[in-house]
Each structure stands twice: as C-alpha cells, then as structure tokens.
Design a protein around this ligand. Structure first.
Ligand code: F55
Length: 804
C-alpha cells in the first residue's frame, strides 16, 4: 500500500474518531487511528474469506477456551498483512516512530500461561492455514493481574487492559443471547412428548465482542468472540416498578461480575460459584450462536458433526457436553441416542495437565443449584455410563467409581469429556503416554482409538520473525524465504553447521539482542548486566513442579563456591527469572522472595557480582517474553520428569537459538529427539525413574546428609545470611509437614543439575562449539511450529481443511 493512501486513511480515521487533524493528534490518538485503519483492512479481508467458505459450505473449527493470551496485536497484524514497512514509512512522515506506537499497546492478557498462549498460537495458525475457525472465550474486564515485587513479595494489581485494548474489539449488541442460571426445572407431557422448561431462573445476557485474527500472508481472517456478561435491562425495570431499586442494582452488579476478572490460578481449582458461572455463560452463549449459525446454512442439526468441530481446551469448557445435549434435546426435540451421537461426533478434548489438584471437580450441590437442567443431564450421562461400565468391568466398583462423572458428591469434568468426546489428546508424546498408561488408563482400555497425541506448537512468526528481526533477516539471506511459510525449511540452516562466518553472525545477533535486554533490565531493575555473560533464562509461571527452586539452589551453590575461591575461572553468568505466582500460592511466593533475596546478596557482593548476576523481571507477559527470548543463551526447562505436560517456552527459546538445559519431561523429550545428545544439556531422573523412586520410598534427608554441597545451601536457607530466613522452604524440602517431603524431588536432582551446569559453563568457553549447538537448535525447531500442530488437529481430530 502506498504511504499516501495510508496517510489519507489515517487522517480520515482521526477526524472521524477524534475530530482532529492527524498532525495534531496525540500519540495515543495516532495509535488508535492506526489500529482502526488496520481493523478496517481486516474486516474487508474477513468478508471475502467468509463468502468463500460459506459458498464452499466448509467445515468450521470452534475453539472453546476460557483463556486466550493474545498479547499485542498491532505488530502481528501489520506483519501478517505485509504492511509494516509502508506504515513505518507513512508514520515517519508524521515524525512518529512505529516502535513507539507498539509500546503503547497493552497486552490482552486473557490467560494465565501456556494453555492460554497455546490457544492464541493456534488461532494465528488456523488463519495462516486458511482454516475457518472461531475462538470463543470471555471478555474479562481485568486480565491476568499486574505483578510488582515489593520488598521481595509479589503484589497483585488490576490489569485494566480495556482502556487502550478495546480498539481491537467490535461489539455486536444485537447478537446478545440469554443464559439461564438457577431456578427450577419443570417437566410435563404434551402431545405424547416430554417437555422441559427452566423457570424462576436468573437470566444473564451475553454480549459478543469480535476480535479479528489475521494469518500470515493469507486471505483468511478468523475471529475470536469474547462474551461480556450484562444484566438484561427489563430485569431492572421490573424491579424498579416494584420499587426495589437496590435489588435491581445489586442484580445488575451480580450479572456483570461474571466477566469481570480472569481467575489467576493455573495450579489448582477452587469450586467457586463465579467460576462455574463464567464457564456456563461462555459455553452456553457460544453453543447457542454455533447452532444458530449452522441453521442459517443447513436445514437441520443432523449435519452438525459434518460442519462443525467444537474443541474443548482443557476441561474448563467441559459444560459443552451437557449444554449441546440440552439444546438438541430440549430446544430441537432430538431423542437421547441421536443427540448423544451428535455430541460425540462434534466434540473433542485436549488435556493439559496430570496434576490431580488441577483436574476440575465441582461440588454436586453447587452444580445442581446453579445449573439445574444441566445437572439432570449430567446425572443421566453418569447413569448410562455406569451401566455400560458395569458390563465392561463387572463388579469392579473401585474402577467404576474412578471413571464415573459423578462420585463422592462431586461432578468430574475430565471424566465428562472422556465419556463423550470422540477424541482426547495430550500435548506431547510423553504426556499422551502418561494419559494412556496412568491417569486415564481405564478409559483408554475401553476406547483406545479415542486417544491421540498432538505435540504443542508455537506461532513462530510472532516468536521468531517479529520478535527477533535481526535473526530473521540473516536467516532469509542464508536459507531464503521458504521458512516464512514452512518452518521445516529452517533445517536448511544445517548446511552452515560449521561455517565460521555464520556462527560469528549468530553470535553477533545474540549479542545485539542481549544488549536490548540489558537496556530493559537497566531501566526496570536498575541492574547493570554484562552482555558478554551467559544469559541463563527461566521464564514461566511459578510452580513447585517447575522447580525454579532448583535453579536458585544452584545459584546459592555457585555463590558459595566463588566465595571459597574468588579466582575461580568460570564464564560470567546472568540468571534471569520472570514468573507470576497464583495469588494464594504460598510456597510459590516464598520462592519469589528467595530469588529476590539471592539476587540482592549476589548482586551486591563485589567478589561475586563480576561472575554472577541474578535478575528477577517483574510482570512476566507475552510482550516481555518477546524481549527476553531472543536474548537467551540457556533455556531452563527443569521440571521434575512426568509433570510438565509439554511446555511451549522451551520451543520459543529453541527457535531463537537458546540451548535447552532440561530434564526429559514434556516436549523436552522431542526437542532432544530433534537435536540429539550433543545439542542439549540433559540431567536428572527420567519419568520412570521418578516413579520407581517413589515406589521404593523417597527420602530427601538421605541426599541432604550425603551431599555436602547440597547441605550447605539448604542450611543457608535457615541461617539468616540471605537477609531473612526461608524456614518454610527448607521444611518443605526436608520434612513431611506439607504432604510428601520434597514432593518434586529437588534434592534428588540437585547433584546432577549442578554437574550439568558446570558442563554448560565449560561449553560456553568454546564459543564456536556453543554456537554450533545454537545453530542446530534453530535448524531443528521447525517441528514445533503451530502450523504443524494445527494441521495434525485438522487431519486427525477435526477433519477440516483449509479453503482455497
Ligand atoms: C489455567 C487454569 C486452570 Cl484452572 C488450570 C490450568 C491453567 C493453565 O494455565 N494451565 C496451563 O497453562 N497448562 C500448560 O499448558 C501448556 C499448553 O499445553 C503446556 O505446555 C504446559 O505444560 C501446561 O502446564
């Protein structure tokens, strides 16, 4: 597009929206005008795309997720539309730097971590692959909280993203739908047919807001539909006329509370009514709109499975099962068997965790009270399931109870999905095997064909091409442009495996990205970091199983070693952490406090700080990850084997040339398969070894007593040398008071980790060798493209195709 054209569109938009000339607009106004112009372009492309797929009557994907961690959109959209350079040039005429506008945009942080970001990566990939798709979620007024560290403690602050983030959202008030909560169910016979009606319920309106999702160099634009809860206006009017003013306002507030805030926990589930209401609001509204859309184009819902693939992203949208059933039975008069058949063939489910505390269960009474009709249907699903299981496992009551949807006065959402969906997948080979062999083994036994694996993938155009332009430019020079469309083409880089000038260029680019990060660190933390040091990065949610603690214990060990021997010849290192902890997760917050204390100790000690620095970056989010990842040398993926379903940060770091230091967990296993033994630093127990050690009886005290280095650092925790004491952490490692002592086997893996870290240091001294490894990681990362992952979903689960 010509820059004159861009300038005229911007001027028009500025006048329309703000009543001012473009050259008088503030930065904020210019930013909004640019977004609105880009949005118009997306709308045009979307309309063309819709007419094409409607004409072809193409099957659509509906991706249901409580979370989409979108991050920022302007850069992504301009990049995808191929308009970045022309917009940059046009804005330069106005003395506006496009990069400054990028910085104004708040992250749409409608998710906690990996699961939410995965959903966004898949939306991007579906658009790039021309697959007609709609994502459904909630329009949280407050996304994931903003994190500040105050005196070592994590503090949470509200994330008012809509202030600026609303430019990407288009409301469709006319398409609002009603969702019913509570009340009673009335059943009666009419003309020989059973009729069902919910009455005395509380209605809530769900108002859709559309966000368009562009694909790279593609004629496809999909959309994310975010539902916002509103109280139906006639409800307050009724109360007003009865004079019950306060009640009316209260009901308004209660309805609107539903989409107020994203639940910030990714580690455990609490049976909170509000959360159940969030789930039902978005599931019911989405299914109503899917059904309505289907019937616009086809004459009955019989063909739903042929035209719609509805995907359940973890169990959070599991109410899709009974809600679709309800619509078919109650609203469209289907009989049970036919309705069940349609549900089975339309729905599929992805599991993202094996942690039992993260598997959703609802107290039965609460579920029944809030969703009386849905409860009846779930009870009937359970009754039929238990009957069927009685024939498969006659008399095996324990097994049947384990597999039941309702048991122990709880409704179990994973079993609901397993009982219904035609496909169930894990997110890495190891994780999918664990589902089959252990947590879902009994379901696997009765329906082995349901189970499949789709290893996660990332939208690499965001994570490499947009966030690491220097590397991308060089890659284009070396291997051509093929990788921009097909990530597998990155493998062509292998021909430069030992080419000195390529390795030097890789080193220079890394060095440049490290300087960018150094500047960020200096601004945000006031710490001067040496860009020649090894950037050793662990960025992810804070969780005990991810073992940030193992990383810190190693840093404490290094501290002791350097204090003992100040002339120790090791390459300098900067340990970089970024992590949010769930607000109520005590141990996770203690670990943040520990990282903070260790960073103060290390960074202020003249004998140590030339060799080691520790940086904790506040408020980890997509846009911060985009700055850190291109600068990383070492990617810490050190969860206890068997617990991290996949990880996706590991893939983002890999494709930017960081070398993984990790356990054989999640997708690290496949990263290892890709790069081979020589290009990864593996340590620690394997998943079967972890199992075996539990069976044998794990006693962390044996490791403490048997390893002086380990003992020294654990003793430091309680000694006060860190400025304050970390008794709870020490206790959790050594005693049984919080369940199993050292439940994540940090002590068992400590020695192996320390030795591997020594190897990392030695390897880095040989720059050529290190950048060999880095090159192989980039070259072999194509497998982890979201394009590959989405293609597997499309072929094996959804049975959809990209349209011409
Ligand atoms: C969010 C809310 C609840 Cl209630 C439970 C879990 C979560 C959540 O955010 N989970 C999550 O991020 N899981 C991660 O999913 C990634 C994508 O599949 C995996 O890579 C990662 O291993 C897994 O922990």
């Amino acid at each position: 597009m010509q820059k004159e054209k861009i300038l005229s569109l911007l001027s028009e938009k500025c006048m329309q929206s703000f009543g001012c000339d473009l050259d008088e607009a503030t930065k904020q106004q210019t930013y909004r005008a640019v977004c609105l112009v880009v949005r118009d372009l997306l709308v045009q492309t979307r309309n063309d795309f819709c007419s094409r797929y409607e004409k072809q009557q193409a099957k659509q994907v509906y991706y249901m997720s409580m979370e989409f961690l979108v991050g920022t959109s302007l850069h992504n959209n301009l990049y995808n539309l191929g308009l970045e350079d022309s917009f940059r040039a046009a804005l330069a005429d106005l003395n506006v730097d496009l990069d400054d506008l990028y910085e104004i945009e708040p992250d749409a942080g409608l998710g906690n971590g990996g699961l939410g970001r995965l959903a966004s990566c898949y939306m991007d990939a579906m658009s790039s692959l021309h697959i007609p798709a709609t994502g459904f979620s909630l329009r949280y007024e407050f996304g994931i909280f903003k994190q500040k560290i105050i005196d070592g403690w994590q503090m949470e602050f509200p994330d008012n993203w809509l202030d600026m983030g609303d430019v990407w959202l288009i409301p469709r008030k006319e398409d609002a739908v009603e969702v019913k909560f509570g009340g009673q169910v009335h059943e009666w016979m009419q003309d020989g047919k059973l009729k069902i009606e919910q009455y005395d319920y509380t209605p809530v309106l769900a108002v859709p807001y559309d966000m368009f999702i562009s694909g790279y160099d593609s004629g496809a634009v999909n959309k994310l539909v975010l539902w916002s809860a509103k109280s139906p206006s006639n409800m307050d009017m009724n109360a007003f006329s009865r004079g019950d003013y306060v009640k009316a306002i209260e009901q308004n507030a209660m309805a609107e509370a539903i989409s107020k805030v994203l639940y910030p926990a990714d580690d455990h589930v609490e049976g909170k009514i509000l959360r159940l209401k969030q789930q039902y609001l978005f599931v019911s509204a989405s299914l109503q709109s899917i059904v309505k859309n289907h019937l616009k184009h086809f004459d009955s819902l019989d063909s739903l499975p042929q035209k719609a693939a509805i995907h359940i992203n973890d169990t959070h949208p599991a109410l899709c099962v009974p809600e679709l059933l309800r619509i078919l039975l109650d609203d469209y008069g289907y009989d049970w068997d036919r309705a069940w058949d349609i549900c089975q063939n339309t729905l599929a489910y992805t599991n993202h965790t094996v942690m039992s505390e993260a598997l959703e269960r609802w107290p039965e009474y609460l579920f029944r009270e809030q969703l009386p009709r849905i409860y009846q249907l779930v009870a009937e699903i359970n009754r039929r399931l238990v009957n069927q299981l009685n024939t498969v496992y006659p008399g095996d009551l324990a097994k049947i109870e384990y597999m039941a949807v309702i048991a122990n006065n709880e409704v179990r959402m994973a079993n609901l999905c397993l009982a219904c969906c035609h496909k169930v997948n894990g997110v890495s080979k190891l994780h999918s095997d664990i589902l089959k062999d252990s947590i879902f083994h009994d379901y696997y036994h009765i329906a082995p064909d349901k189970f499949t694996n789709v290893t996660n993938g990332i939208a690499y155009r965001r994570w490499l091409c947009q966030s690491n332009p220097k590397l991308t430019e060089k890659l284009r020079e070396w291997i051509g442009d093929g990788f921009l469309h097909d990530a597998n083409a990155l493998e062509k880089l292998m021909k430069y495996y030992d080419k000195a000038n390529v390795l030097q260029d890789l080193q220079k680019i890394k060095r440049y990205n490290k300087e960018v990060l150094c500047n960020y660190i200096a601004r945000s933390n006031g710490i001067n970091v040496d860009p020649n040091s090894i950037f050793d990065v662990q960025i992810k949610r804070l969780h005990e199983y991810k073992r940030q603690l193992l990383n810190v214990l190693h840093i404490m060990h290094l501290y002791c070693v350097i204090k003992e021997n100040p002339n120790l010849d090791i390459p300098p290192r900067t340990f970089i952490f970024a992590a949010k902890a769930s607000a109520g997760y005590f141990m996770a917050k203690q670990v943040i406090r520990l990282i903070d204390a260790v960073s103060k100790l290390v960074n202020s000690d003249p004998a140590v700080r030339e060799k080691v620095k520790v940086v904790f970056l506040e408020d980890y989010k997509v846009s911060l990850a985009e700055i850190i990842i291109p600068a990383a040398d070492i990617s810490e993926q050190i969860s206890i084997a068997g617990k991290e379903a996949s990880g996706t940060g590991n893939m983002k770091l890999m494709i930017n040339g960081a070398v993984t230091l990790g356990t054989l967990d999640g997708a690290n296993v496949e990263i290892h398969e890709q790069v081979g033994d020589d290009n990864i630093f593996l340590f620690g127990l394997t998943a079967p070894e972890v199992e075996e050690l539990w069976k044998k009886g794990y006693n962390p005290v044996e490791y403490y007593n048997g390893n002086l280095e380990l003992r020294r650092v654990i003793d430091m925790l309680t000694s006060g040398v860190l400025g304050s004491r970390f008794d709870e952490i020490a206790k959790s490692l050594l005693t049984n008071s919080y369940g199993a002592a050292d439940a994540y086997m940090t002590l068992a893996d400590f020695d192996s980790y320390v030795r591997k870290q020594e190897e990392v240091g030695r390897t880095y001294l040989d720059k050529r060798k290190f950048f060999n490894m880095s090159l192989v990681n980039i070259a072999k990362a194509g497998l982890f493209s979201a394009d590959r992952a989405v293609t597997e979903y499309a072929d094996d689960i959804w049975q959809v195709k990209g349209i011409k």
